[in-house]
Design a binder for this molecule. Structure first.
Ligand code: FE2
Ligand code: FE2
Length: 475
């Protein structure tokens, strides 16, 4: 069951050849996907041989095989974690009943919406990142970008499989739509706003993979609890791929900081102008990038009070992060949760029914998790003996969804006037000047083992290869 069949046109571990209708539908979608990859995937990279990992089984140990492949030849396919015998629904109104192997009619519309919304983010991030290969700081980084891109493509396949297999004609239409919407397209944009923003430079890419791929982790974890068993099994395997994306982000920011503090110590200065003249990214700019990506990403969890969130939970479609490890009744009727609101010019906590606040619960779990990496970045700064601390901004800072939407709140969580906001926003969020400076550093470095001046080399290569390994052969 866990072995993957690579002898078929579409690699899979779901016995695809036994379901002719589904196989035909997916084989019909496959050329459209490849066309999308040509048109919207990594720019100018089609002929490169890239040292990529490919899934060979879904076992926790040793699922990956590494080798040089051309990305259009990457074996995208359909991989599900093995099913659990007699799996039971373990939260919501159906708690204790058998998990669903098919979509119950009454939950069809909601499940389709959940799957389409998740599926839409996968190709969106590939589109957002499509020009970054032209300014890679090293072969090692270029390879990591491409690995993330092919796996986001694989995640799209995962969602398209569910749409084709369980949602009939509607599902097939939705699968086409996933290739028709495009990030930032004025007429046909991606569903969620964060996926229509640009990822213009490598600092943004690392921030995106640290913060926004982590949103992916939390959404997938919540879906991995689902009563709809095929969705739970699909998302479980996606999570194993997601871990590498967050590693790329965390280590990328960490190496950027490492290089900056090294130069700060060499030049014995924290003067931003001097550091910029030396070609590294000053720590206040890194803090502003954190503020931006953190705030934009926590909006992705949705409104702090949401009747949809309550419905999704109670009907068993979407659980909480680590639902199985929690010790409450997993029904949550009568429980309450604290959310934030601005009242009389002050930030106040309001107690609301927990079922309606489940977006906020997931957001808070995300915030705890994402702060861990910021602490690890601070250790790099502390080890260099530099008195500077990076922090996550307050949850209410720069929000655009829910009750805090549009409120003017400082990164420390103080309600400020419009005038103060306008005066200080350049200290809090990346300015045009910051972005132009970071953009000016982006130049292509492709010689094996060489790195752009603004970033330190990694401690280790990929798959125990040396750092100066030829991760990408340009042909
Ligand atoms: Fe993904
Ligand atoms: Fe990802």
């Amino acid at each position: 069951m866990s072995g993957i069949n690579y002898s078929e046109k579409i690699p899979n571990n779901v016995n695809l050849s036994e379901d002719r209708t589904l196989q035909r539908a997916l084989e019909h979608w496959q050329p459209n996907y490849l066309q999308w990859w040509q048109d919207m995937g990594p720019d100018g990279s089609q002929n490169f041989d890239v040292y990529l990992r490919t899934a060979v089984s879904v076992d926790p140990q040793g699922w990956a095989q590494f080798g040089h492949v051309k990305m259009p030849d990457y074996r995208w396919g359909i991989f599900l974690n093995p099913g659990e015998q007699d799996r039971k629904i373990h939260f919501g109104d159906h708690i204790g009943e058998a998990a669903w192997q098919d979509v119950p009619g009454e939950h069809r519309a909601n499940l389709r919406r959940i799957i389409v919304t998740q599926g839409d983010t996968e190709p969106a991030s590939v589109e957002q990142q499509r020009h970054l290969g032209l300014t890679a700081p090293s072969q090692y980084d270029l390879r990591n970008l491409f690995q993330v891109n092919v796996e986001e493509g694989r995640h799209l396949w995962a969602m398209v499989y569910l749409l084709h297999k369980y949602f009939g004609k509607d599902g097939r239409e939705e699968a086409e739509g996933l290739l028709e919407r495009n990030s930032g397209n004025a007429d046909n944009p991606r569903i969620l706003q964060a996926f229509n923003e640009k990822t213009p430079d490598w600092l943004s890419f690392f921030m995106f993979t640290y913060f926004t791929d982590r949103d992916g982790k939390f959404q997938l974890c919540a879906l991995a609890e689902s009563a709809f068993d095929p969705l739970a099994r699909t998302t479980k395997f996606m999570l194993t791929e997601e871990a590498h994306h967050m590693f790329v982000g965390e280590s990328g920011v960490s190496r950027t900081i490492q290089r900056t503090v090294d130069v700060m110590n060499q030049l014995k200065t924290d003067d931003v102008a001097k550091l910029r003249a030396a070609g590294v990214i000053d720590l206040p700019t890194i803090q502003r990038y954190i503020n931006f990506h953190f705030s934009v990403t926590i909006d992705l969890f949705g409104a702090d009070q949401s009747s949809n969130a309550a419905t999704f939970y109670s009907s068993g479609l979407k659980g909480r992060y680590e639902e199985g490890k929690r010790t409450d009744d997993h029904v949550l009727k009568g429980n309450s949760y604290k959310i934030l609101a601005v009242e009389d010019g002050k930030l106040v906590e309001k107690e609301v029914p927990m079922l309606n606040a489940l977006n906020e619960v997931l957001r808070d779990d995300y915030i705890t998790d994402s702060k861990g990496g910021i602490e690890r970045w601070n250790r790099v700064i502390a080890k260099a003996g530099i008195p500077f601390t990076l922090t996550a901004p307050h949850k209410a800072f720069h929000r655009n969804i829910g009750s805090l939407s549009g409120a003017k709140i400082s990164p420390e969580g103080r309600v400020v006037s419009e005038a103060e906001w306008n005066a200080k926003v350049g200290e809090w969020l990346p300015t045009n000047e910051d972005r132009a400076y970071v953009a000016s550093l982006m130049g292509r470095v492709v010689e094996p083992g060489k790195f752009a001046n603004w970033i330190a080399p990694p401690v280790m290569g990929i798959n125990r290869q040396p750092v100066d390994f030829d991760y990408v052969r340009f042909n």
